[in-house]
Design a protein around this ligand. Structure first.
Ligand code: FE2
Ligand code: FE2
Length: 324
C-alpha cells in the first residue's frame, strides 16, 4: 500500500452524505477486489465512514428516552439487534474461510477487510443494547436468552450448510456465492427497511444501520464482481454454482425466517402506535406512510426487495438461470 493511495480522499460510495441507499447502491455500483483492497478500506472505511462515530453511530444521533423504558418498541429493537449481533458474529467467523481460501492477494485483502466490517457490525448492534440500558456485565447473558432458540432454528442450519459447502474441494467461489446472494442479498433489504423504520423513532439505531449498510454496498458489489469474473473465466462452473444456490434456497424455504421477523414486526407495530406522534407524516417508501403499514406489509416489502436484489445480482453475475 502506497502513501499516495492513503492520501487520496475517501471514496464517494463510503461517505455518509454521498453514499446511496443500500438497495440502490448494491445494484448500481460496480466495485472489484482490485479497487477495494486494504488501502481503499483504511482510507474509505476505517478513516472514512467510521471516523468520529460514537458507539458506532453518528455522534449527534440520539437515543430517545422512551427507548430505555420497557415496552414493545424497546423489545422490538432489542430482539432485532440481539439477533443481528449474533448473525454478524457468525458471518465474521465464516469469513475466515474465505480469507484462507482466497485465490489471489486482492481477494484475500478484500475478504480480510470484510471480516473486520462484519465484526464491527456485531459490535455495533451489541453495543446499542448497552445504550438501551442493558448492564454491560449482563450483555452476553441477555443476548443468549433472546437469541438462543432462534440460533438453533435458523442460524445453525444455515451455518451447517455453509460449513458443508466450504469443506468441498475448490469451494472459494461457492462460499462467495452463498455469502453474496444467499446471505447478504437476502438480508440487505431487511437492513434497509430497518434503517428506514427507526430513522425517527430511534435516530441512533438508524445511524448504526446506515453505517453498516454503507459497508454492505461494498460487500455486495465486490462479491458480485468476484463471481462474475470467475464465471467469465470458468463458464463450466455454472452448474456447480447453480446447484449450491438451489440447495440453499430449499433449506431457506423450510426455515422459520419469516416467523422470526414477523414476531418483531408485531412488537414494532404496537410500539409505533404508542409513539405515533413521532412518525406522523413520515413515509417509509415513496407514498407509503409508515403508520399506514402493517407487520405483514413490511414483511412482504422486505421479501419483494430481496427478490429484486437477488435477481439483479444473479443477472449481473451471469447466472440468470438461477433466478426463480
Ligand atoms: Fe454485516
Ligand atoms: Fe456484509
Amino acid at each position: 500500500m502506497s502513501a499516495a493511495s492513503l492520501a487520496m480522499p475517501p471514496a464517494t460510495e463510503t461517505g455518509w452524505d454521498t453514499a446511496p441507499g443500500l438497495l440502490e447502491g448494491a445494484t448500481s455500483i460496480e466495485l472489484t477486489p482490485d479497487q477495494c483492497g486494504l488501502a481503499y478500506w483504511i482510507r474509505s472505511a476505517a478513516q472514512g465512514t467510521w471516523m468520529g462515530l460514537v458507539n458506532e453511530h453518528a455522534p449527534d444521533a440520539k437515543v430517545p428516552d422512551y427507548m430505555r423504558e420497557p415496552g414493545p418498541l424497546r423489545s422490538a429493537l432489542m430482539e432485532e439487534f440481539a439477533f443481528r449481533s449474533v448473525s454478524e458474529e457468525i458471518a465474521t467467523r465464516s469469513l475466515s474461510d474465505l480469507v484462507k481460501l482466497a485465490p489471489d492477494t486482492a481477494s484475500m485483502e478484500f475478504y480480510a477487510t470484510q471480516l473486520l466490517d462484519e465484526a464491527r457490525h456485531s459490535l455495533a448492534f451489541r453495543g446499542h443494547l448497552v445504550e438501551l440500558g442493558v448492564p454491560r456485565d449482563q450483555l452476553a447473558q441477555t443476548i443468549e436468552q433472546m437469541v438462543c432458540e432462534k440460533r438453533a432454528r435458523v442460524l445453525q442450519p444455515l451455518k451447517d450448510f455453509g460449513d458443508e459447502v466450504i469443506a468441498q474441494p475448490d469451494s472459494f467461489i461457492c462460499g462467495v456465492v452463498i455469502l453474496t446472494i444467499l446471505v447478504e442479498g437476502v438480508l440487505a433489504p431487511a437492513a434497509e427497511l430497518s434503517e428506514r423504520k427507526w430513522r425517527l423513532l430511534n435516530p441512533a439505531a438508524a445511524s448504526i444501520e446506515r453505517g453498516a449498510n454503507i459497508d454492505e454496498i461494498r460487500h455486495l458489489s465486490v462479491g458480485s464482481s468476484v463471481v462474475r469474473q470467475h464465471l467469465l473465466r470458468n463458464p463450466g462452473d455454472k452448474k456447480r454454482i447453480a446447484d449450491v444456490i438451489l440447495r440453499r434456497r430449499l433449506l431457506w424455504r423450510d426455515l422459520p425466517v419469516n416467523e422470526v421477523i414477523y414476531e418483531r414486526e408485531v412488537l414494532f407495530q404496537q410500539g409505533m402506535r404508542e409513539h405515533r406522534d413521532v412518525v406522523e407524516g413520515y413515509e417509509i417508501a415513496a407514498g407509503i406512510p409508515l403508520l399506514a403499514t402493517s407487520p405483514e406489509q413490511r414483511l412482504m416489502m422486505a421479501n419483494e426487495w430481496s427478490r429484486e436484489m437477488q435477481d439483479s445480482r444473479l443477472t449481473y453475475m451471469g447466472l440468470p438461470e438461477a433466478i426463480l
